[in-house]
Design a protein around this ligand. Structure first.
Ligand code: NAI
Ligand code: MG
Length: 394
C-alpha cells in the first residue's frame, strides 16, 4: 500500500489523452502512489443523468487527492437531447461536474501558476525602444477565489417573489424599481470574510514558501467598494503576518492594460472568482496558452489538479493524439507540491523546462501550426512523444 492514492478522472475528449501522460510522469519521477480511476463527464450525463456520479464523490472523499482531465459541457437543449431516452422525463438538468466538485468539497482556493519557460516560441515578447526583441521572464502565481463571487450561481431571470420584493422596497434598488420580473436578469457578487481571509492568506503563504517578493490584490475597490473592499481589507490584515512581502493593489482593468507592459514585475496575484478567472487567462496567454496552463482546486481536505483547457473535441478522436500534455503534467507537478513532494515537483518542472529549451520536441501549438492529422507530418510531436521527451529528462 502506497502513501497516497490519487483519484484519476480523465473525463472527456483530450482529457483522456493527457491524463494518462501525467500519470506516466508521476511514476517516472518516483512518486509513491496508487491510482484509482473515477468516472466524470458527458458520457455519464448521457447514460446516467449525472456527470458527477456519487461513486466518484465517494472516491474523492476517501482519498482526498484528484487529477482531473477535462469535461465537455453543452447548452441546456443539447444536453437534454443527448440524455438517454429513458431518463428524459425525470426532470434532470445538466450541471458542470467541475463546479459541483468545487462546491461539494469546498475547493475554495484555485491556484494557477503562469511561468514562462525560456525557449518556448509561444512566450510573449515585446519591442525595445531601439527595436530589439525583449522577452520578459514571467513567473506569476494567481490565487483565485473559487466558490463565491459572480460564479456562485446565485442568479435569476424573473426572480422569485422574495427577491423582487427587495427591488420594490429597498432604496438601493431604486434605479431598477418597477422593472417587470421577466425583464430582470440578476447575477450576484457575494463575498464572505472567511473566504476572503482564506484566499489572501493562501496567497501570502505561497509567496513566503516560494520566495515571491509581492502579493498583488487585483480587484476594483474604487467601484466594487464592498466586495473588492473586503478582499483588500483582509489582505491588509493578513499582510501584518508577512511583513517581508510587499502588498500591492491593482484594478483588474488597469492590470489588463499593463499586462504586456511589465508582467515580469508581478509575483503572487490574488483575486475574486471572476477577476481571478480573467487575470489568470491573461497571464497564461503570455506563457504559452492552453497547452501550458495548469491549475489546482484546493480545499482544506480535498485537492484536485487539472489543466485549464477543456476537452478540445476537434482533437479528441485523433490517433495518435497531438495535443500538448504539458498543462496536465504541470498540474500533476502541483499535486506533488501539495503533498509536500516539492523536490519531485521541481524535477518535473525542470524536465519540462529542459525539453522546451532544447526545442527538438514540440507539439503543434508550440510550432504555431494548425492542429490536425497533418500536423505530425509537418514536424509536430505527438502527445506521447512530448511525454517521452520529458520522462527522458527525468
Ligand atoms: P478547449 O480548451 O477545449 O479548446 C480550445 C482550443 O484550445 C482547442 O481547440 C485547441 O486548439 C486548443 N487547446 C486546448 N487544449 C490544448 C492542448 N492541451 N494542447 C494544444 N492545444 C490545446 O476549449 P473549448 O473549445 O472552448 O471547449 C471545448 C469543451 O471543453 C466545451 O464543451 C467546454 O465546455 C469544455 N471546457 C471544459 C473545461 C474544463 O474541463 N475545465 C474548461 C474549458 C472548456
Ligand atoms: Mg477561464
Amino acid at each position: 500500500m502506497n502513501t497516497f492514492t490519487v483519484v484519476t478522472m480523465p473525463g472527456d475528449g483530450i482529457g483522456q489523452s493527457v491524463l494518462p501522460e501525467s500519470v506516466r510522469v508521476l511514476e517516472a519521477v518516483g512518486f509513491d502512489a496508487d491510482y484509482v480511476h473515477a468516472d466524470i463527464g458527458w458520457d455519464f450525463w448521457c447514460r446516467e443523468g449525472n456527470p458527477l456520479p456519487d461513486r466518484t464523490i465517494d472516491l474523492l472523499a476517501q482519498h482526498k487527492l484528484g487529477l482531473f482531465g477535462a469535461i465537455t459541457s453543452k447548452p441546456k437543449k443539447e444536453a437534454l437531447a443527448e440524455l438517454d431516452p429513458d431518463l428524459r422525463d425525470k426532470g434532470l438538468v445538466y450541471f458542470s461536474p467541475i463546479v459541483a466538485m468545487r462546491q461539494r468539497f469546498d475547493l475554495d482556493i484555485c491556484l494557477r501558476p503562469c511561468r514562462s519557460f525560456p525557449g518556448n516560441p509561444l512566450n510573449f515578447v515585446r519591442q525595445t525602444l531601439d527595436r530589439r526583441i525583449d522577452e520578459p521572464v514571467v513567473d506569476v502565481a494567481i490565487f483565485r477565489q473559487n466558490t463565491e463571487g459572480l460564479y456562485a450561481g446565485v442568479e435569476w431571470t424573473d426572480p422569485p417573489a422574495q427577491v423582487l420584493e427587495a427591488f420594490e422596497t429597498h432604496k438601493k434598488f431604486g434605479f431598477f424599481k418597477g422593472t417587470p420580473g421577466p425583464d430582470l436578469a440578476i447575477s450576484t457578487r457575494i463575498f464572505t470574510r472567511n473566504a476572503c481571509r482564506r484566499i489572501v492568506r493562501a496567497a501570502f503563504e505561497h509567496a513566503r514558501k516560494f520566495g515571491y517578493k509581492s502579493v498583488t490584490v487585483c480587484e476594483k475597490p474604487n467601484v466594487l467598494r464592498e466586495t473588492s473592499g473586503m478582499m483588500e481589507d483582509e489582505a491588509k490584515r493578513a499582510h501584518q503576518d508577512f511583513p517581508e512581502i510587499q502588498l500591492w493593489s491593482t484594478n483588474i482593468d488597469a492590470q489588463m492594460m499593463w499586462l504586456t507592459k511589465n508582467p515580469e514585475d508581478y509575483g503572487v496575484i490574488v483575486a475574486g472568482n471572476m477577476f481571478g478567472d480573467i487575470v489568470s487567462d491573461a497571464f497564461a496567454g503570455l506563457v504559452g496558452g492552453l497547452g501550458f496552463a495548469c491549475s489546482g482546486n484546493i480545499g482544506d481536505e480535498v485537492a484536485v489538479f487539472e489543466p485549464t483547457h477543456g476537452s478540445a473535441p476537434k482533437y479528441a478522436e485523433l490517433d495518435p493524439p497531438i495535443v500538448n500534455p504539458i498543462a496536465m503534467i504541470l498540474s500533476a507537478a502541483m499535486l506533488l507540491d501539495h503533498v509536500g513532494e516539492t523536490e519531485k515537483a521541481e524535477r518535473v518542472r525542470a524536465a519540462v523546462a529542459a525539453v522546451v529549451a532544447e526545442g527538438k520536441v514540440r507539439t503543434y501549438d508550440m510550432l504555431k501550426i494548425a492542429g490536425g492529422p497533418l500536423s505530425i507530418g509537418r514536424g509536430a510531436a505527438t502527445t506521447q512523444q512530448m511525454t517521452d521527451a520529458i520522462i527522458a529528462r527525468l
